[in-house]
Design a binder for this molecule. Sequence first.
Ligand code: SF4
Length: 343
Amino acid sequence: MKRLDIYPDYYGRFRCIAADCEDSCCAQWQIVVDDETALLYEDVPGEIGEKIQSVQEFDEDGDRVFKLNDGRCPFWEETGLCEIHRCLGEEYLCGTCSEYPRAVQDYGDFAEHDLSLSCPEASRLILSGDCSENDFIESYEDIPDEEICYKQEIMDLLKESRQQLRKIIMDNSITPSEALYECYHYAYDVQRAVDNEKYVCPEFIEKGMDSVPQISYTRFINGFLQQEILTDQWREILIEARSLGEMSICSAGYDDIVNALSSFDRGYRRMMLHYVDRYWLRAAFDCDVVGKLRLMAAAYIMLRRLQTAYYIKNKELPVSASERMVQLFSKEVEHNSSMNFEF
Ligand code: SF4
């Protein structure tokens, strides 16, 4: 059968910057070695072969992984390069390393490819792009016959409603905060359609910001601090943001902070588009439509708290600092399957 493969236009421009990377996918994360690569490793001779064998272990989930060495992959070198890649070549990288930060959401008859915000270089590409409608590239691939495991009516509804969400997010006549709020309202309308098995895309009706729910920022940030934390910098900026308490920049007197944050307007919108594009259609499998916006909402709320704390401390907010916050959120939270958010 033919599968439609869809790529964002920035996808092909990604290049790993290795030694110049301010983070590293070889740090803190445990690298899972797939069975096929593990078989390949069994025949590697010499010192590198012995090292590969000696650093493999099984984690608590039963996955075969490389034991970390001082918080890093044992094959990471000071140059930022990978010892396996240098000694044996790219074909000896396991699936995790050869693919990252590329990811695919595979729906059977079509697949959506993207990059992960958890990689700093990918994050820069994603956040700095335009917010245009036509930024996807399509191709077809022959794949073995596969059963389609979603209901077509739900998928059609989700695809159409995702277009509406994209329009809301890209609407420059409303602020990113208003866009987030409108997206949530609209998601509830779509959820009702799915729950009632009436798969007609609801009309979008603007709700305004009259009844925005109160958020306990302290409880929200504490929830993240109670999780396993991989990077010291993430812990530090969370603690700084928590020290703001329940301070709200919506009240008068914070114009300089509001202005600093608004300079990242396009970044917010690009981040929201990324999360909508990546997760919204997955509701075709579990019908939890509203839940597909939770990560986006958490990322947005957290980013603004982190930016506020940064600005108060440094009296400036460079784009690079905001991009780093987006990347760290993704690395620490998006890839943590046990994470729950309490607003
Ligand atoms: S995080 Fe991204 S840029 Fe950095 S080393 Fe890994 S793939 Fe390369």
